[in-house]
Design a protein around this ligand. Structure first.
Ligand code: HEM
Length: 405
């Protein structure tokens, strides 16, 4: 089975595909074939070290065209390798700082409060959709692109569509492609306009004026990079929907967050990122002959790091299918163990530079949600693991009664 091309199996099985393949092969590295290429699936902290080790893999030849055209954007940091990657990445790490994360979290908190005010006493709202708008409003202010409400709503819809369409074929892909075209066009114009003005301290200005080899980025590529900040910040809505799902399934966590226990809230946020599905696996292409745990990895092999599998590996996470924030209390998180947003050093490798933002923003919104007297009316909260990206089916409808505090 593993020798047949597995592209269809990936589409059918989603998050379970690589963990299943590895289990059937006895748990170690597994050889397979995806998109017509020889591939090896690997998992675990030493696999993450191999994956992020310098010189083993490159990204630009590994990314499927569809993922680039929907999720990432052509010419963005995800497609770069070596020095070009390090230089571009420095732009992100210089902007996505602790202070920046705190400020964005504050803006997201304010946007949540005014949305929650509207929910009170009204009909059920879909928390996921509301969260995309809350985050679009906060992040557009944070990067320095003030938008009217209609534009915020369109940005939220488009960014969610780009994320929703990267692993699908059919209407979801078409929506993602159209959404990307529109947002790249809109932000290219904004970038060009900002270049005519003196530098200011905004994220928008920093991206617009960023230079490489003495030249500014093409306005479209600069727009892609600005969207590489805006889109994933809006994608935190997936985690808020999962957080609401966890609070509904296991209400004791909500009570503890509500009591103001900040360490527990942070542990809850990490457990949401570990437990719930988002990135299924990551891919890189071997640029030299290598071995991983005795398995030969010839040049050109596609190496797949099993993110979902590693976040549910019983050796790393006892009882991995139990949702237990306490596992993170007092635990030092290693660079290669919790990898929902990649592993290693974000400055030198491709690890997500937005992890601090994710943790800060999600923590703020989780605290607000836990404090809100809401309930989930009858609905389908099932999470279909064959669908990438997964989401509770009814996108978490919530009701906030009139008397809520
Ligand atoms: C990269 C996940 C939030 C910006 C990544 C990667 C993953 C990821 C899996 C790829 C790592 C790799 O290729 O090795 C997530 C998830 C998020 C999130 C699940 C929360 C929903 C953010 C935020 C930002 C951000 C809030 C910025 C504000 C980026 C960028 C990259 C990236 C720019 C590309 C890095 C590179 O190629 O060097 N993210 N991320 N992400 N993320 Fe995030």
């Amino acid at each position: 089975m593993a020798d047949l091309d597995q592209t269809l199996a990936v589409a059918l099985k989603g998050y379970a595909w690589l963990p299943d393949l590895r289990r059937r092969a006895g748990g170690g590295a597994v050889r397979t074939r995806v998109l017509g290429r020889l591939a090896v699936g690997i998992c675990g902290p030493s696999a993450a070290q191999f994956f992020y080790g310098t010189g083993n893999l490159e990204r630009h030849s590994a990314l499927p065209d569809l993922v680039v055209r929907t999720l990432f954007g052509d010419g963005g940091v995800q497609n770069l390798d070596g020095t070009a990657h390090r230089h571009r990445k420095a732009l992100f790490t210089s902007l996505l700082t602790d202070d920046g994360a705190d400020r964005l979290a504050e803006l997201a908190g304010e946007a949540f409060d005014s949305a929650a005010e509207r929910w009170r006493g009204g009909p059920p709202v879909r928390l996921f959709d509301e969260a995309t708008r809350i985050l679009a409003s906060a992040v557009s202010r944070w990067v320095g692109v003030p938008l009217r409400e209609r534009e915020v709503n369109a940005l939220a819809r488009h960014c969610a569509a780009m994320v929703d369409g990267f692993a699908a074929v059919g209407p979801r892909t078409a929506r993602a492609l159209a959404a990307r075209r529109r947002e790249e066009r809109r932000f290219s114009k904004i970038i060009s306009a900002v270049r005519a003005k003196p530098r200011s301290g905004t994220v928008l200005s920093a991206v617009a004026h960023h230079t490489e080899d003495g030249a500014r980025l093409d306005p479209r590529v600069a727009a892609v990079e600005l969207l590489n900040i805006i889109r994933p910040a809006i994608a935190v809505a997936w985690y808020l929907a999962f957080a609401a799902h966890a609070m509904d399934m296991w209400p004791r966590h909500q009570a503890r967050i509500r009591s103001g226990d900040d360490d527990y809230t942070e542990a809850f946020v990490h457990e949401v990122r570990r437990f719930y599905p988002f990135a299924p696996f990551l891919g890189g292409r071997a640029v030299r002959d290598a071995f991983f745990q005795g398995e030969p990895i010839p040049t050109g092999t596609l190496v797949l790091l099993d993110v979902y599998g590693q976040n549910h590996d019983p050796e790393l996470w006892p009882e991995p299918y139990a949702f237990s924030p306490a596992r993170f209390l007092g635990r030092e998180i290693g660079d290669f163990d919790l990898i929902p947003q990649g592993g290693g050093d974000p400055r030198t490798g491709h690890r997500c530079p937005g992890e601090r933002i994710t943790v800060a923003v999600l923590g703020t919104l989780v605290r607000r949600l836990a404090a809100l007297d809401h309930y989930l009316p009858p609905q389908d909260t099932a999470i279909d693991l064959s669908r990438i990206p997964a989401l509770p089916r009814d996108r978490i409808q919530v009701v906030v009664p009139e008397h809520a505090v």
